[in-house]
Design a protein around this ligand. Structure first.
Ligand code: NDP
Length: 322
């Protein structure tokens, strides 16, 4: 917690192509942990003394940018701040008026209609090319990405096994429609996954959607059907200490001809944005995809919310409300 500081900054005048924004919602995401490392990655590291950038929903107070007017609700990448000046480099995006008029809460664009829902949709349908009838295993299934994977897969008539820590989370995954659950805190993941497959009368998994790495990934290797596809989305198990991951069943990639692909949401999102909004918007409108939110209040609560991700303190999407 001592690594975070709250700073008051003077209000700057607006230049051309800038907006003054008051934030309402901040996104809190595990990928932010990776940006705290000084290591080569797909995106730049956070800089000491600079604000944490990331997804936020705010209201335009003053606009010097074409296409934006006071009162507009926007998604932007300005991150953890009460508000301030947002330029084009923060990718401001006006929330679609029809979605808002239809009653969609604006913060949905931080989860199911945004980063986490998009990651679930891209990873499952494009990267893993999952199809009806496939048996899908997803880890961190009670989290933001994982719960979207469960529901998209069920809407596409797949058989879903979700893993999460604890009875309350597992009960929620079942409510979302998962056919079987693994409580990884109650015993070895491999035993839980094997028991889930037995209960479903399935020989193995066709798809693994990895949010966790480590023991979950190893269990997925052990239980993979021939030609299984693994969408490697995240490995939260090692974000904090980077301990070596022991794989006992990696060799199964060869006889089972497993295809594994790591992916980054932003590489693909702009290609399929319209299709994603139409499909996900429809799934949300029909009630096939829902979301729980774990909400902390006030900017000063953001570090606590962030640390909570690594302790499993969230069900659904972790957010800060301002
Ligand atoms: P979640 O809402 O899933 O929150 C993180 C969850 O991870 C916690 O609730 C916790 O649930 C679980 N967790 C934490 N530590 C461990 C551990 N050691 N072992 C097993 N589970 C653990 O976060 P998101 O949905 O935002 O992100 C999920 C994953 O997707 C992350 O790995 C993230 O980095 C990745 N991601 C990747 C993107 C990409 O473009 N590739 C984009 C967005 C996210 P529990 O109580 O069940 O342990």
């Amino acid at each position: 917690m001592d690594d975070f500081a709250l700073r008051e900054l003077p209000e700057a005048p607006l230049a051309r192509d800038q907006l003054r924004v008051r934030n309402h919602w901040l996104s809190v995401d595990p990928y932010m942990r990776g940006r705290m490392n000084d290591a080569k990655s797909y995106t730049a590291s956070f800089q000491l003394g600079q604000p944490m950038t990331g997804g936020a929903i705010g209201e335009v107070i003053e606009s010097h940018m074409d296409g934006f007017a006071p009162g507009d609700l926007i998604l932007h990448m300005g991150g953890w701040r009460d508000g301030g000046v947002i330029g084009l480099d923060m990718s401001p995006f006006k929330l679609p008026a029809d979605s808002l008029a239809g009653g969609m809460p604006p913060q949905t664009f931080l989860h199911n209609m945004g980063l986490t829902g998009g990651t679930a949709w891209i990873g499952l349908l494009r990267v893993a090319a999952a199809k009806a009838g496939d048996t899908v295993f997803v880890s961190a299934a009670a989290g933001a990405v994982g719960s979207a994977v469960v529901q998209i897969a069920k809407a596409r008539e797949m058989i879903v096994i979700g893993s999460a820590g604890g009875a309350e989370k597992c009960a929620w995954i079942s409510e979302l429609g998962a056919d079987a659950v693994v409580d990884y805190k109650a015993g070895p993941v491999l035993d839980g996954l094997a028991a889930a497959l037995d209960s479903l009368g399935k020989p193995g998994i066709d798809i693994y959607f990895d949010n966790v790495g480590g023991e979950h990934l190893d269990a997925a290797f052990a239980c993979a059907n021939d030609f299984a596809r693994f969408a490697i989305c995240g490995m939260i198990d090692v974000y904090n200490d980077g301990h070596p991951q022991q794989m006992h069943h990696l060799i199964r990639t060869i006889p089972a001809r497993i295809r594994m692909e790591g992916f980054i949401y932003t590489d693909q999102f702009f290609d399929c944005m319209e299709e994603f909004y139409a499909d996900m918007g429809g799934l949300i409108a029909s009630g096939a995809v829902t979301m729980r939110e774990t909400v902390h209040h006030g900017l000063e609560a953001a570090p606590d919310a962030f640390l909570g991700l690594f302790a499993g303190a969230n069900i659904g999407k972790m957010l800060v409300r301002l």
